[in-house]
Design a protein around this ligand. Structure first.
Ligand SMILES: Nc1ncnc2c1ncn2[C@@H]1O[C@H](COP(=O)(O)OP(=O)(O)OP(=O)(O)O)[C@@H](O)[C@H]1O
Ligand SMILES: [Mg+2]
Length: 258
């Protein structure tokens, strides 16, 4: 494992069992993961292997687990603004405008908040839509509002659970470029869950491949390609095949888009 001191996020021996009347479900088993400043980590694995569960635990949304999670050396005990969470669907307030959604509980009358909101509207390329309502936005635009809202809180790490899953291919590729741009400008560490191997290789500095029942880290594939990446390059195709090979079961491979 990498040096604890240089890690922003340290997941150590995290295990999780859901208990209910039907019995116990052991979902995560001894997960170790260290995220360093500037890392773009993508997590892939078969449906039900515990990716969302792991992300929620890291976010502090689920505190019932074994093991330890440290954010900048401090134990995660609750949700906090140091960890931005982006869900598959954007979860905006329909009665608030774009700028109000980004500010959310912060007042736009505060100059620092106002400046931050304006900077982020520019960063996520929504200039001109400050006063628009969610119903007037496309799926990709709504997701950019959600990302801006998370970034306004200056998170140490942004946790994204299949954020582009519901978008069409064109919007999705546009959002991938936007996310890379944000990552390179803000240097926020990213932890992204996706079902799309192409997306994983295009975006991240390494891909964490999970196994299921119970969910374990099967392997970590470093993606050592310079940005911007070319999907058609030989090294890109080779890495994509390598990640696909790591997902061992045929049916699971087929469920993945490449
Ligand atoms: N609240 C819960 N109670 C009981 N079991 C749960 C609960 N939430 C999740 N599970 C179980 O935990 C396992 C992992 O679920 P999780 O949603 O983390 O998987 P995932 O890897 O995100 O899957 P997907 O790729 O389909 O989103 C599944 O078997 C699921 O049924
Ligand atoms: Mg999930």
């Amino acid at each position: 494992m990498s040096n604890v001191l240089s890690s922003i996020l340290e997941v150590s021996q995290v295990s999780k069992t859901f208990r209910n009347e039907q019995g116990d479900t052991h979902v995560l088993d001894s997960i170790d993961l260290a995220v360093k400043e500037g890392d773009f980590t993508t997590v892939i694995g078969p449906s039900g292997c515990g990716k969302s569960t792991l992300l929620k635990i890291i976010a502090g949304l689920d505190l019932d687990y074994d093991g330890e999670i440290l954010l900048k050396g401090k134990r995660v005990e609750r949700p906090s603004q140091e960890k931005g969470f982006i869900f598959q669907e954007p979860r905006l307030f329909p009665w608030l405008t774009v700028e109000q959604n980004i500010a959310a509980d912060l007042s736009l009358k505060n100059q620092e908040t106002r400046d931050g909101v304006n900077r982020l509207i520019e960063l996520v390329k929504l200039s001109g839509f400050e006063k628009a309502y969610p119903r007037q936005l496309s799926g990709g635009m709504s997701q950019r509002v959600a990302i801006a809202r998370a970034l306004l809180r200056r998170p140490e790490v942004l946790l994204l659970d299949e954020p582009f899953g519901a978008l069409d291919a064109f919007t999705r590729s546009h959002m991938q470029e936007a996310l890379l741009d944000i990552w390179q400008t803000n240097k926020t560490a990213m932890v992204l869950v996706t079902h799309d191997i192409d997306e994983a290789v295009f975006l991240s500095t390494r891909v964490v491949v999970m196994d299921r029942r119970p969910g374990r880290v099967k392997s970590i594939v470093p993606i050592d390609l310079p940005y911007p990446r070319k999907r058609t390059s030989r090294s890109f195709t080779e890495l994509r095949t390598h990640v696909l090979d790591e997902l061992d079961h045929r049916e699971e491979q087929e469920a993945y888009s490449i």
